[in-house]
Design a binder for this molecule. Structure first.
Ligand code: FMN
Length: 140
């Protein structure tokens, strides 16, 4: 996420006359108290599932539960412009399942995904996707 933020800053600084928005980050942890956000945002969520082997069911979400509560108990689902998932393709059918789950719960879409920590190419691809989706969202 820090690398994505830096990429946005770099584009924004080099091209001041073009629309390259900066990125504000907010990390949700177990200590976060669910509160209603005051503007639309994108969700980035990894996949940590306990059990299941990518082919059979039996998966329990771990690590990202407080994030789910933040979205649902904070009454934030309608503010989600899109969801970006990270995961590992070795998990086959379970790849980025958490992103897919929350996109559905928020009546939103998975607008990007990447494996592990993401490559420089992933960062560029996802940043431009965010810009495009945000533009469409504003024009809706
Ligand atoms: C215990 C554990 C379970 C995982 N389960 C899944 C999974 O079900 N599906 C998936 O796509 N990736 C799974 N992953 C891979 C992580 O989602 C992936 O490494 C992700 O990019 C981590 O993001 P983070 O570094 O931002 O936490 C799992 C990783 C661990 C350590």
């Amino acid at each position: 996420m820090q690398r994505l933020k830096e990429y946005a800053l770099q584009l924004h600084t080099i091209n001041p006359d073009q629309d390259y928005p900066l990125i504000d980050l907010k990390e949700i942890s177990d200590q976060s108290i669910p509160t209603r956000e005051d503007r639309p945002f994108f969700v980035f969520v990894p996949t940590y599932l306990d059990g299941g082997n990518g082919f059979e069911t039996g998966t329990t979400e771990v690590m990202t539960n407080s994030f789910g509560e933040y979205l649902l108990d904070g009454d934030n689902t309608d503010l989600v412009m899109g969801v970006v998932g990270s995961g590992n393709k070795n998990f086959n059918e379970q790849y980025c399942l958490t992103a897919r789950k929350y996109a559905k719960e928020c009546h939103s879409e998975v607008i990007g995904d990447y494996e592990l920590r993401g490559t420089d190419e992933d960062i560029e691809r996802i940043y431009h996707q965010l810009v495009q989706v945000a533009k469409n969202y504003r024009n809706k």
